[in-house]
Write a protein that binds this ligand. Structure first.
Ligand SMILES: *Cc1c(COP(=O)(O)O)cnc(C)c1O
Length: 364
């Protein structure tokens, strides 16, 4: 019997497995598994979203103009060089759609974001993995992985799920080592949380080169993950190509309105940044004191490493914490079976995690 057959590559993709939501768990649950902000969006974004309900019969403005202009004002960018999408996921898929096809290769690092291989293989191209150096992207390894077939390099900076980053010098060295026809995609979803003066999100490299794109999201610090808003900043020729395949109404009116309100609420943004910074360093210290290794993070989550002996493994810790309504992200499908990723939560959630991990370590 004959039936429709997916294109080559599609069935080689491992289905994306999201973190547990904790909804099966009785009692109070703290979802610390998806890098969502514990502080919610700006109240002004919620108000703008509600106001948009009055006009649900209207198609959105097709170029996300008001949102691109608001982003342009915030970052000092030309709105014509910005494309908005239904989450940065959609933008990443646009880039793969435009630049990758059968016979092409795209590189990402060992613990790169799972959307990269999906976007690469979904467009029939081949995924190439470059080793990291102690959970940090390794520029030399990426450059060594380049072949005549390479068309694109995906780099999350900071990276999820490791929380590590490459300083701007290293990103520039990576760019300088790539052939000019290879697209460098800098996924800066967590840029808002970085407070290192050797970091640059990608704006400068996009502005000065013809083969770099930076992607950003409203899902993390702006707390609008449910609305699906992401954007890219790129050279004119890339923006032009992406706009040709972009669906004409890919961002809803309600999302645009909420996004504009969110990006204009600087106070909420600064509060979220300060909260993250304070609790990131507290959690890193306190969990370290329990004898667990924590990878130093510049993002809104931390990576906790567990011993390999029975009773003390990441699996055991995951079960123990879940039993207390603390839902962390297991990372087996990121090839980190001995680690759990903890999203920085409210003060209450953070304290409960440290308390529970303390009990777990004493008990085990
Ligand atoms: C969360 C995240 C994003 C954002 O995805 P959206 O589709 O915008 O919600 C992008 N890249 C990485 C590495 C992420 O962790």
């Amino acid at each position: 019997m004959s039936r429709p057959v997916p294109k080559p590559g599609i069935l080689d993709i491992a289905p994306y497995t999201p973190g547990k939501s904790g909804s099966e768990q009785p009692g109070r649950v703290f979802k610390l598994s998806a890098n969502e902000t514990p502080l919610g969006p700006s109240p002004r974004a919620i108000a703008a979203y509600k106001a948009a309900a009055a006009h649900l019969e209207d198609y959105p403005e097709g170029t996300s103009r008001v949102l691109r202009e608001a982003i342009g004002r915030k970052f000092g960018l030309d709105p014509d060089r910005i494309v908005c999408g239904a989450g940065s996921d959609e933008i990443l898929n646009f880039l793969a759609h435009v630049y990758l096809g059968p016979g092409d290769e795209a590189i990402h690092t060992t613990h790169g974001f799972l959307v990269y291989p999906i976007a690469t293989m979904g467009h029939g191209a081949t995924n190439v993995v470059a080793a990291e150096n102690n959970l940090v992207a390794d520029v030399d390894a990426i450059l060594k992985a380049v072949t005549p077939r390479t068309k694109l390099v995906w780099l999350a900076n900071p990276n999820n799920p490791t929380g590590t980053y490459l300083p701007f010098d290293e990103v520039k060295r990576l760019h300088a080592g790539l052939p000019p026809h290879v697209l460098l995609v800098l996924d800066a979803a967590y840029a808002d949380y970085v407070s290192r003066n050797d970091y640059e999100s990608g704006i400068e490299l996009v502005a000065t080169t013809e083969n770099t794109v930076m992607t950003r999201t409203f899902s993390k610090i702006y707390g609008l993950a449910a609305l699906r808003i992401g954007w890219m900043y790129g050279p004119e020729h890339i923006v032009d190509a992406v706009n040709r395949i972009r669906g004409p109404f890919n961002v809803s009116n309600a999302a645009m309105a909420a996004g504009v309100a969110a990006i204009e609420d600087n106070e909420h943004y600064e509060m979220s940044r300060a909260h993250t910074e304070r609790w990131r360093s507290w959690l890193t210290d306190e969990i370290g004191k329990l004898g667990l290794e924590v990878t130093p993070s510049v993002a809104n989550f931390i990576l906790i490493h567990f011993p390999h002996d029975k009773g003390r493994t990441a699996d055991d810790a995951d079960a123990f914490l879940t039993g207390r309504g603390l839902i962390l992200r297991a990372l087996k499908n990121y090839q980190l079976p001995h680690a759990l990723r903890l999203t920085i939560g409210t003060e209450e959630a953070n304290r409960l995690v440290v308390e529970a991990l303390g009990e777990f370590m004493r008990r085990a």
